[in-house]
Design a binder for this molecule. Structure first.
Ligand code: NDP
Length: 275
């Protein structure tokens, strides 16, 4: 079983450098089984959100005893309709209740909702101070959102979860560099481009050079940048193969090549223009 490297957060806690994303997985026993399989395979990090509507299944898997709860890093996120101080605290408690957990490892603002996000951040700071989540962070924050937050926060976000893969990296470089300057770990969502680029000929060529598949090349690129990667799969063979990225290394030329594949490809929503 692979040992998963940990990345230090800015508050001295650590996050496993790969996690299982569970977006679009249903709130049922098949999701529970997929997550339990992931835990048995070596995953120690699960990324969910209120809006994924599967926190109950995630909680059941985390509480199943396959792996002690303390060894699992659980992330969830406050949804756009739950912004504002009181509402965010309420949403967090509901999330914790659905997960049936005593604390979260990481709680994120899912999207920088205009007008309300500053109050929401204060709520996350309270939850953090009370020890209800071990770390707090943001998602979909671009440089202007981070500028605003860094000017007012008491707790600097530990992570910024944004879409990151070679086909968007060029247009996310500035925000990545800003995160790194401020000791905020970039977490790469949709690291497999939601599957759309897995047959790209140049990736296929690289995969055959390293005797890996294109998914493993994309994930390895992410971890070599010191990003946390959170690929989603419901298929056990894929969940297992997505973890096989710590036994090879992309050389500098190939990293540079991948760094320069930008197509501004946002596979889901794009926060660039969010005010
Ligand atoms: P990914 O880039 O992880 O791609 C997932 C797709 O790739 C699925 O269709 C999956 O299919 C397929 N896949 C996975 N592994 C393999 C493999 N080895 N071979 C072939 N196909 C494979 O997309 P997501 O958008 O789901 O992103 C990952 C996670 O990031 C989410 O689950 C969520 O946790 C987070 N996220 C956060 C967002 C935010 O706004 N904060 C936005 C989007 C995602 P299958 O399941 O059938 O294997």
């Amino acid at each position: 079983m692979s040992r998963i490297p940990l990345i230090k957060l800015n508050n001295e806690t650590t996050i496993p450098s790969i996690g299982l994303g569970v977006y679009q997985m249903p709130d049922n026993s098949s999701t529970e089984k997929s997550i339990e399989f992931a835990l048995k395979s070596g995953y120690r990090h699960i990324d969910t959100a209120m809006i994924y509507n599967n926190e109950r299944a995630v909680g059941k898997a985390v509480n199943s005893g396959v792996v002690p709860r303390k060894q699992i890093f659980v992330t969830s996120k406050v949804w756009n309709t739950d912004h504002g101080y009181d509402q965010a605290i309420k949403a967090f408690n509901a999330t914790l209740n659905r997960l049936n957990l005593e604390y979260l490892d990481l709680y994120l603002i899912h999207w920088p909702v205009m007008g309300k996000r500053k109050e929401t951040w204060k709520a996350l700071e309270t939850l953090y101070d009370e020890g209800k989540c071990k770390a707090i962070g943001v998602s979909n924050y671009m440089t202007h959102h981070l500028d605003e937050l860094l000017s007012l926060c008491k707790v600097v976000p530990a992570v910024n979860q944004i879409e990151l893969h070679p086909f968007i990296y060029g247009s996310r470089k500035q925000v990545v560099e800003m995160c790194e300057r401020n000791n905020i770990v970039p977490v790469a969502y949709s690291p497999l481009t939601k599957g759309v680029k897995l047959k790209e000929p140049s990736l296929v060529k690289l995969a055959s050079k390293y005797k890996k598949n294109t998914v493993q090349i994309l994930l390895r690129w992410g971890v070599q940048h010191n990003f946390v990667v959170i690929p989603k799969s419901s298929v056990t063979s894929r969940i297992a193969e997505n973890l096989q990225i710590f036994d090879f290394e992309l050389n500098t030329d190939d990293m540079n090549y991948l760094d320069n594949m930008n197509e501004d490809l946002a596979t889901g929503w794009d926060p660039s223009d969010a005010k």
